[in-house]
Design a binder for this molecule. Structure first.
Ligand SMILES: Nc1ncnc2c1ncn2[C@@H]1O[C@H](COP(=O)(O)OP(=O)(O)OP(=O)(O)O)[C@@H](O)[C@H]1O
Length: 721
């Protein structure tokens, strides 16, 4: 049968390579390849399952094991060293739970043995009664200890999560903030770094640890049960028991009456009273989200966010912040757990207490024991195997590798060391030269900028124009070093951009782009982030910046003014999603509104958002007015009304006049293009025209001259008329 190759997107992880697929859509497994499956509108790609008992898969597993073992051992050791007591208590509690099922089997066998002898000899001796009472007392003790161990495990898990979060996350935040955009967007980073949404439940290392402990516990449970069964078989000679009718009524009664959770399914909400909790959630979002990275990098705030995260993380301490797990910490009263353990988990213990006064029926003994043993063992083996097959332990070990892979991530862009400005740099602004620069957003994509060559002299006012998708934004994104050209060279004050220290260079730039996102912290923090506190100067900067960004009235109208958080990190909302059964009651919601912090976004229009972003840019500009040598504004006022746009652009132009080079991208051919010292006209990634407005218009008049600029100019004039 013919087969054809399916090409997977280039963004697929390297492990997902080409697969052979039959024409009818059924897959042909091929070692090392993937299978693909059509599910409605979705395509699923998945690795072929390992054949369980082949020599080849065994050898592959061994190879995998040898590869992942060092990382796994290292992580286990690191987790232990991070929280020795919590780890020790957690593991001991888990081991205590191993005893219970094996002992219950042993007790069954012993009780049934006594029953059998009693039936045969027609009497029960005082010794038998004392022995039974002793064994049952031991069982009661085991039941109490097991209940306690379960609780201890839940508590130590929460403590451990707090420690692991505080231990690993600041380092991962630091790694993430050191990455440039391409490295942050790489598959490796996406696979190994935490997502920006998972602040409360993201605990690096915990799932790994938990899986290892659970697997060890399940393994030892099975070993214990098999051992006891072997003992029972050796001591074979059992017969029957009775009185199960009583427990067959008690068991469903207990299970039905026991509440499913501490709030009986009425629904609940959570909020934190600790301000640091929300601030840390916001910092987490800023650090890991791709949306904020361009602005953050351009503003030179990566190191600040990393330091701030460490500071707040230390202030928050080893607190558990996992709101989702809080639901399970609302537990039912302890006696329900104990009743459940005694009656539901092992009914024969109480049955034995009644035996001296009962008339045991003989024939059921063996059946009861076999039934009990098989149920227990079946359950233990099911848990030991897990739902995902026997290769899962290798997957678990692989998680350790992934964590260390995240910590070791490096930026992909070259980093120079030269400080900006250079001794020969002009005080009038940055001199920018593009030499045959080409750029594509990712490998295999078409060129977004193609062989572009121009110079913008220091102190000039430059305007970039062109149709949508002509490469204007791509061109300008190369300036703060967010991306590297695929070919050619960019010179800043005659020195290659790649040789500059990026933080130093970005410190001399003020950039505003089309899709500027406000950080999920207050407006005040947005504007003043990274600046030492000086209340009077801060107020003056905020006032002036808001005036220049035409946002004074808007901010005054907001309910919390400068303390408004436009789009808070939605911690409270996430915790509510996990309510499970039941619904969040009105009363609980009112409690949240009365006592919890506001987690709802403050809606603003697109134009208002752009005014706030411009205000933030002006604030940054005012804070380092003496250092800034380049202002870039990439169509950042497209949604702002005409009057405000005119004012904002004029402020930008005037604020930097005489000491900065200014580059504006625009689709509006107003005063800006007429004042420009140089206009760059982009088309399909190429620079097709350059010159002043007058020169470009004249060029169009001359027969044979390029008319790109003039056509755009006239098209807009026609539209306005
Ligand atoms: N992040 C990205 N990943 C891949 N391709 C991109 C990305 N951003 C832009 N492109 C592509 O690069 C080309 C140039 O886009 P660019 O945003 O630079 O154009 P533009 O001239 O700024 O457009 P507009 O006037 O609409 O802002 C387009 O074909 C676009 O699809």
């Amino acid at each position: 049968m013919d087969s054809k190759q399916l090409l997977l997107p280039t963004s697929m992880p390297p492990s997902l390579v080409l697969a052979d697929v039959e024409d009818d859509g059924h897959t042909l497994p091929k070692s090392g390849g993937v299978r693909r499956l059509s599910l409605g509108m979705f395509q699923v790609a998945y690795g072929p399952p390992l054949r369980r008992f082949s020599l080849k898969s065994f050898r592959e597993s061994l190879r995998e094991l040898r590869r992942s073992a060092p990382c796994a051992t290292r992580l286990l050791l690191e987790i232990y060293l991070t929280a020795r007591t919590a780890v020790t208590v957690h593991v001991l509690a888990a081991m205590l739970l191993v005893i219970s099922p094996a002992y219950s089997l042993y007790l069954s066998a012993t009780i049934l043995g006594v029953v059998e002898e009693t039936v045969l000899s027609r009497k029960m001796t005082d010794l038998d009664v004392s022995m039974l009472q002793g064994l049952v007392l031991i069982w009661l003790f085991v039941a109490v200890m097991s209940t306690l161990a379960t609780r201890i495990m839940a508590d130590t898990a929460l403590i451990l999560k707090g420690y692991l979060r505080a231990h690993f996350l600041p380092e991962l935040v630091d790694t993430s903030l050191r990455l440039d955009l391409p490295a942050l967007q790489s598959q490796k980073a996406i696979r190994s770094l935490p997502g920006d949404y998972g602040f409360e439940w993201e605990v690096p290392g915990f799932t790994f640890f938990d899986e290892i402990v659970t697997r060890l516990r399940n393994f030892l449970t099975v070993v214990g049960e098999v051992g006891v069964l072997a003992l029972i078989i050796c001591r074979r000679g059992l017969h029957e028991a009775q009185l199960l009718a009583f427990f067959s009524l008690m068991l469903p009664a207990i299970m039905l009456l026991k509440p499913s959770s501490g709030v009986g399914g009425a629904g609940w909400v959570f909020w934190a009273t600790n301000r640091n909790f929300y601030y840390l959630a916001a910092l987490h979002k800023i650090a890991f989200s791709h949306d904020f990275r361009p602005t953050l990098a351009r503003d030179g705030l990566c190191a600040y966010i990393s330091q701030e995260y460490k500071r707040i993380s230390a202030e928050l301490g080893y607190l558990n912040v996992e709101t989702i797990s809080l639901q399970s910490s609302i537990q039912v009263r302890w006696y329900w757990d104990l009743l459940h353990a005694i009656i539901a988990d092992y009914p024969l213990a109480l049955c034995a207490l009644i035996l001296p006064w009962a008339d045991p029926l003989s024939t059921l003994v063996s059946m009861v024991l076999v039934q009990h043993a098989s149920t227990t063992l079946k359950e233990s083996i099911r848990m030991l195997r897990g739902d995902r097959g026997p290769d899962t332990l290798l997957e678990v070990l692989g998680w350790a590798e992934r964590l260390y892979e995240a910590v070791a991530l490096e930026s992909e862009l070259n980093r120079g060391t030269a400080e900006y400005p250079r001794p020969w740099s002009s005080t009038k602004g940055m001199n920018i030269t593009f030499r045959n620069v080409s750029f594509r957003h990712r490998e295999g994509a078409p060129l977004a900028v193609s062989d572009v060559d121009f110079e913008i002299p220091a102190g000039s006012l430059a305007v970039v124009v062109g149709a949508n998708g002509s490469g204007k934004s791509s061109l300008l994104s190369l300036l703060p070093g967010l991306r590297e050209p695929s070919a050619g060279e960019i010179l800043i004050d005659d020195k290659p951009l790649a040789e500059y220290d990026l933080d130093s260079l970005r410190g001399a730039m003020a950039c505003l782009s089309q899709d500027e996102e406000m950080y999920p912290v207050t407006l005040r923090q947005n504007m003043l982030m990274g600046r030492g506190r000086d209340i009077e100067a801060d107020a003056e900067i905020l006032r002036a910046a808001a005036h220049m960004g035409r946002a004074t009235d808007l901010i005054e109208r907001l309910p919390l003014k400068y303390d408004t958080i436009l789009d808070p990190a939605a911690v409270a909302a996430q915790s509510m999603q996990g309510c499970g059964i039941g619904h969040v009651s009105d009363a609980a919601m009112r409690e949240l509104e009365a006592h919890g912090p506001s987690f709802l976004p403050t809606p603003v229009s697109g134009g208002e958002k752009q005014r706030l972003a411009a205000t933030r840019m002006f604030s940054r500009l005012l804070q380092r007015k003496d250092r800034v040598r380049l202002i870039v504004c990439d169509e950042a006022t497209g949604a702002v009304d005409s009057c405000a746009e005119r004012d904002i652009l004029r402020n930008m132009k005037e604020l930097g006049a005489g000491q900065t080079t200014r580059i504006f991208v625009t689709h509006r051919f107003g005063d800006l293009v007429k004042e420009a010292d140089i206009i760059l006209v982009m088309k399909e990634g190429r620079l097709v025209q350059r010159g002043t407005h007058t020169e470009l218009m004249q060029e169009a008049l001359q027969s044979g001259g390029c008319r790109e600029y003039a056509d755009m100019y006239h098209a807009q004039a026609d539209r306005i008329l």
